[in-house]
Structures are given as structure tokens and as C-alpha cells.
Design a binder for this molecule. Structure first.
Ligand code: AHM
Ligand code: MG
Length: 337
């Protein structure tokens, strides 16, 4: 019988534990639980259409649980997994107005805090288009043994110890960084494991894709308008015009551009004068991944990871992707204030 060699996410994170000085296994356990939650959510995402067709939403299932909307369910799933990891002392989620902390001794002793968008791009669920989970992990700054505080969550992105996303697409992938490269794992449904499929992802310095909701063009800042015009202009030396690709799921749009080279843009608009995307659990984790893959992320003039958050659900204009494309965008924004 022919054997084959695979490396699962769990094996990989245990091996990489040795990369962390004084590693105690706490962080490894936390990531392991993130992987478990992702598998549960994947199962639900795969069944979403079926559940809809059968009209179960809003009913009580045989276990006596309410059939909830998928994003609420994903939120619940991650919260449960993180709590049971016992390494997480607090969570900030797009689904919860306030931070989530617990009162028992074990979780109060956890060393890490977790920020997440449990199901990003949720407007795409109903039409069977890729969606994702985005997460960001920090070491707490408040003393262990006490409840986590808001200040634990308002650390700048450059303090992240890990970040990642799960994209529920034609296959399901988990991509993460702990600050020494970006690694991608594809879920093999036959064995129910995330298997290493993308070792040390490097994004191209130049790309040919721009991703933006161009319907908002008339409301974009002048520099962004000029940059979009530049993307569409023909010039064989710089491979223009670039291709426009926009799914409307940050995770899926970013993931494609990460692998192929490109730029994702969500500027301030009239409807969203501070931008639409949230700093803590959408922009910071994606920015960390972009940089770790050799790309960049900016708000137009400042590195995203250096922005000091002021509130939990703060929004910010966001541009991430291939480094030469981000440089060019910033040049346009500088010259067209
Ligand atoms: P959500 O967190 O409510 O799902 O919204 C975030 C999503 C991102 O995934 C995506 O990049 C963006 O909103 C799309 O917004 P728009 O429809 O305005 O282009
Ligand atoms: Mg979101």
C-alpha cells in the first residue's frame, strides 16, 4: 500500500512551539482550539443551504437547541472553544457590543485575549459565496488571575502574537501567522484535519488585481479615485490595465490577492466616513498577515499596525496587499490630499 505524508495543523503548531522562547504550550493549546472551532463552523457553513431549504431556521432541533443564524452560531462556537482552551481570558467579537470575560479562576488565569469577526462577509451566505472567520491574538497586559480589561484589547496591532483567518470556500483553509511567516492549511474533509498545504506564503511585490467596491467611486477620496484611474489605464510596461476582482468578503478577496498579488481597498465613503472595516478584528489581523507575507497594509498614510485603537469596534480606511501597489496608492494619496 502506498503511504503519503501529511502534516496536520496540530502537528505543525506543536513542532513550531519550539520557535517560541520559554514556550509553555499555552499558546499551542489556544491555536488548537481555534482549529477545532473552525471545523465546527465549516460543518455548519456547508449545511447552510440545506438548512435554509428545509426551513429549519427558527425551529428547535432535536437537541433542544434553537436554529440560529450562521453568524450567531459561529460566534457561539468560537466563544465555547476559546473558553474551554482555558488559555483565553477575554474575547472581543463583532457580534458582541462589549468584551466577553468570565468569572471562574481558570479562565481569569488565561494569558491571551482574542479578537474576532466570527463570520465575515455574512451577506454572502445566502448566495453560496465564500465567507470567512478572522482572528487576532494578543498577550494580556492586565495581571493574570484578574478579569481582562478593555485596555487589554486596545493594544496596537504591532503587539499581536498571532493572527489568521479561515476561508470557507471551494475548499476550507486556515491561514495564520505568529510573526515568523504565513502558513496555510487546507481542510481535508475525509480525515477532518487541516493539512499543511501552503508553506511560508510570500505575496508578489507587484500584482495585477485591484479589489474595491467601485460603486462607491464618486465618494472616494481624491487620491483613491486617481489610483483607480491609474489601475484602469493601459500601459504595457506596468502590465496595466489591472483586473478588477471583488467578492465582497474581505477574507476571500484578501486571500486571492495574497496568493496572486494585488491590492484590496476599502476607503472612507460618504456612507462610511471612517471606512467600513473594523480595526481590531478585521484590519489588524489582515495587516499582520500581509506584512508577514512581504506585503503592506495602510490607512492611506499610516501603517495599520501602528494605529493605537481608541475603541473596540473602531472603523478605519483600509488598504492591504502587494507592497509596490500600496506604495503607489500612498503616493497618489499624498499628492492628492
Ligand atoms: P461584515 O463584517 O458585516 O460581513 O462586513 C464586512 C464585509 C467585508 O468582508 C467586505 O470586504 C466588505 O464588508 C464589503 O462591503 P461592501 O458590500 O460595502 O463592499
Ligand atoms: Mg466583518
Amino acid at each position: 500500500m502506498q503511504g503519503y505524508s501529511i502534516k496536520t495543523l496540530t502537528q505543525f503548531i506543536i513542532e513550531r512551539q519550539a520557535d517560541f522562547p520559554y514556550a509553555t504550550g499555552e499558546f499551542t493549546r489556544l491555536l488548537y482550539h481555534v482549529g477545532i472551532a473552525a471545523k465546527f463552523v465549516n460543518k455548519k457553513v456547508n449545511k447552510a443551504g440545506l438548512v435554509d431549504i428545509l426551513g429549519e431556521a427558527g425551529n428547535i432541533n432535536v437537541q433542544g437547541e434553537d436554529q440560529k443564524k450562521l453568524d450567531v452560531l459561529a460566534n457561539w462556537q468560537f466563544i465555547q472553544a476559546l473558553k474551554s482552551s482555558r488559555e483565553c481570558c477575554g474575547i472581543a467579537s463583532e457580534e458582541n457590543q462589549e468584551i466577553i470575560t468570565w468569572d471562574d479562576e481558570l479562565t481569569r488565569d488565561g494569558n491571551y485575549i482574542f479578537c474576532m469577526d466570527p463570520l465575515d462577509g455574512s451577506s454572502n451566505i445566502d448566495v453560496n459565496v465564500s465567507i470567512g472567520t478572522i482572528f487576532s491574538i494578543y498577550r494580556r497586559i492586565s495581571p493574570r488571575g484578574e478579569k481582562a480589561t478593555l485596555d487589554d484589547f486596545l493594544q496596537p496591532g504591532n503587539k499581536q502574537v498571532a493572527a489568521g483567518y479561515v476561508v470557507y470556500g471551494s475548499s476550507t483553509m486556515l491561514v495564520y501567522t505568529t510573526g515568523s511567516g504565513v502558513f496555510g492549511f487546507t481542510l481535508d474533509p475525509s480525515i477532518g484535519e487541516f493539512c499543511l498545504s501552503h508553506y511560508s506564503i510570500n505575496t508578489p511585490q507587484d500584482g495585477k488585481i485591484y479589489s474595491i467596491n467601485e460603486g462607491n467611486y464618486s465618494n472616494f477620496p481624491e487620491g483613491v479615485k486617481k489610483y483607480i484611474d491609474y489601475c484602469k489605464e493601459a500601459d504595457s510596461k506596468t502590465n496595466r490595465p489591472f483586473s478588477a476582482r471583488y467578492i465582497g468578503s474581505l477574507v476571500a478577496d484578501f486571500h486571492r490577492n495574497l496568493l496572486k498579488g494585488g491590492i484590496f481597498l476599502y476607503p472612507a465613503t460618504a456612507k462610511a466616513p471612517k471606512g467600513k472595516l473594523r480595526l481590531l478584528y478585521e484590519c489588524n489581523p489582515i495587516a499582520f498577515l500581509a506584512e508577514q507575507a512581504g506585503g503592506k497594509a495602510t490607512n492611506g498614510s499610516q501603517r495599520i499596525l501602528d494605529v493605537k485603537p481608541e475603541s473596540l469596534h473602531q472603523r478605519i480606511p483600509f488598504y492591504a496587499g502587494s507592497s509596490n501597489m500600496i506604495d503607489k496608492l500612498e503616493e497618489f494619496m499624498r499628492n492628492n490630499p
